[in-house]
Design a protein around this ligand. Structure first.
Ligand SMILES: [Zn+2]
Length: 171
């Protein structure tokens, strides 16, 4: 059984170097039940029922630098663990955080969907782009016309990226 690791590439949490956010409101407390609910709901939509997926809310130190989430899976045992960033470590407005956490879960579950494909490391960037586009499309369908694509909030928490990563922001 092989254990693979995937990280949200390049989605940065700018800690400290962001433009001064006017009000430092207390971030919303996201419960484990909410995170579980998002996980179950997107897992069902993606028809990933054969997987046992666990979602964890973790502090920034438990993630790779400048990432909002992480997925580890075990193809043999059909288990997967998704880590999502704790609201306390987010640099978004309180209103933006829950939807962003839900998006992270969707994003990682799409990676899980693609985990059946060979992963030799050569297609990481392409996979990231594909996952972002599918995730964005699904999220817009789910949230309806009121949903603002993540590009609109991206500037507030994504650090400047290289050309490859930047293309992600303008879809
Ligand atoms: Zn990713």
């Amino acid at each position: 059984m092989k254990l693979a690791v995937l990280v949200i590439l390049g989605i940065s949490v700018s800690l400290g170097d962001s433009v001064s956010t006017p009000e430092k409101a207390t971030p919303p407390a996201i419960t484990q039940a909410q995170v579980d609910g998002w996980t179950r709901s997107w897992q069902k939509r993606l028809d990933l029922g054969e997987w046992r997926v666990t979602a964890l809310i973790v502090r920034v130190a438990d993630l790779k630098p400048n990432t909002l989430g992480n997925l580890k899976w075990n193809s043999g045992e059909k288990t997967a663990v998704i880590k999502v960033l704790n609201p306390l470590d987010y640099d978004l407005t309180p209103a933006e955080i829950p939807v962003d956490m839900e998006y992270t879960i969707l994003h990682e579950l799409i990676h899980l969907q693609l985990s059946v494909l060979p992963h030799d490391g050569s297609s990481k960037t392409v996979e990231e782009r594909v996952v972002n586009r599918i995730g964005e499309a699904m999220f817009q369908l789910s949230k309806g016309p009121a949903y603002h694509p993540r590009v609109s909030v991206a500037k507030s928490f994504i650090k400047p990226q290289g050309p490859t990563e930047a293309s992600r922001s303008n879809k």
